[in-house]
Design a protein around this ligand. Structure first.
Ligand code: CUA
Length: 321
């Protein structure tokens, strides 16, 4: 008996240890945006009840195992016959109702803020999920891949979707708010307001294919002036064709499957591939896909396509010509 008890106690300790150890435990990451705070508070509120219920049920289970052991009673002998207990039945009906009311009211009170995007002075960005990268478009036409830049202390409103030839992905930066599915043809709206400068990491949260695991996303929160300066500089550079968009697009859209020397493990190696020198051929493969390869950039704007083909010509084949 004492051995069973010891196992139960050890398991409980291990579980609670893991739960409060933070990463990589069960505890959510520190929130860094008001909407993420609402989600975190709800998580802990629900955890109080589920924790108490867990202890109650498991404690009762152990107690029953000890208290009602058959001992020397033979298999054929019935135990005590119990019929009905009004107070107990009332209690286990009313208690769950109260628990659900407590959880429900808290959530309804705390979470509407997730949908109501603060209107004042906000930055708008379109977020689109592709296999296996995120494409962002700012109102001034600037395009970015995987890393989203945003100002600190100001609302950034995201329109999350996916092109109609894509599969479903899910946008999720845990410290900045909940998951929002990127569904072809549907636009979901979310927002964040980072409290501090820094890089917040996330991961596509909907299984979307072989490279789902490397479909990461980052938000780089920077002071407002730096953000404005970056956005203006990037707009000029992208119009002039001197930005890093080509390299960024290559890393996000190509390298995860191919890798320069086939490190991507999925597509063929790219270095030394003569097709890469032919911008039209590259564009055709990217727009139409080929064999296993999805049309990763079917709806890219011309500036992104040109940035990529220029990058491929310069960087990958530069040494060979
Ligand atoms: Cu995109 Cu998983």
């Amino acid at each position: 008996m004492s051995r069973v008890l010891a196992v139960v106690v050890l398991c409980a300790l291990a579980l609670s240890g893991a739960a409060f150890a933070g990463e990589p435990g069960f505890a959510p990451v520190e929130p860094a945006s008001p909407n993420a705070e609402g989600i975190n508070e709800s998580y802990y509120w629900v955890a109080i009840f589920t924790g108490a219920i867990f202890v109650l049920v498991q404690g009762t289970l152990v107690w029953f195992i000890v208290r009602y052991r058959a001992d020397r009673r033979t298999r054929e002998m019935d135990g005590a016959q119990v019929h009905g207990n009004t107070n107990l039945e009332l209690a286990w009906t009313v208690a769950p109702v109260l628990v659900l009311v407590a959880i429900g009211s808290f959530v309804f009170y705390k979470l509407p803020g997730i949908q109501d995007v603060p209107a004042a002075d906000r930055v708008e960005v379109s977020v689109k999920g592709y296999r296996y990268y995120w494409n962002y478009t700012y109102p001034n036409g600037v395009i970015a891949v995987d890393r989203l830049r945003a100002p600190v202390g100001q609302t950034t409103r995201l329109e999350v979707s996916a092109p109609d030839f894509e599969v479903i992905h899910s946008w999720w930066i845990p410290a900045l708010g909940g998951k929002f599915d990127a569904i072809p043809g549907v636009t979901n709206e979310t927002w964040f307001n980072p409290e501090a400068a820094g890089i917040y990491r996330g991961q596509c949260a909907e299984f979307c294919g072989t490279q789902h695991a490397v479909m990461r996303a980052e938000v780089e929160a920077m002071p407002r002036e730096d953000f404005d300066a970056w956005l203006a500089r990037e707009a000029d550079a992208q119009e002039a064709g001197t930005s890093d968009l080509g390299e960024e697009t290559f890393r996000g859209a190509c390298a995860k499957c191919h890798g320069l020397s086939g490190e991507g493990d999925i597509g063929p190696r790219l270095s030394g591939n003569q097709l890469l020198a032919d911008a039209d051929a590259v564009e055709q493969v990217i727009r139409d896909g080929r064999n296993q390869m999805p049309p990763v950039g079917k709806d890219w704007e011309e500036r992104q396509m040109t940035a990529l083909t220029d990058y491929l010509e310069e960087e990958l084949l530069g040494g060979q010509r």
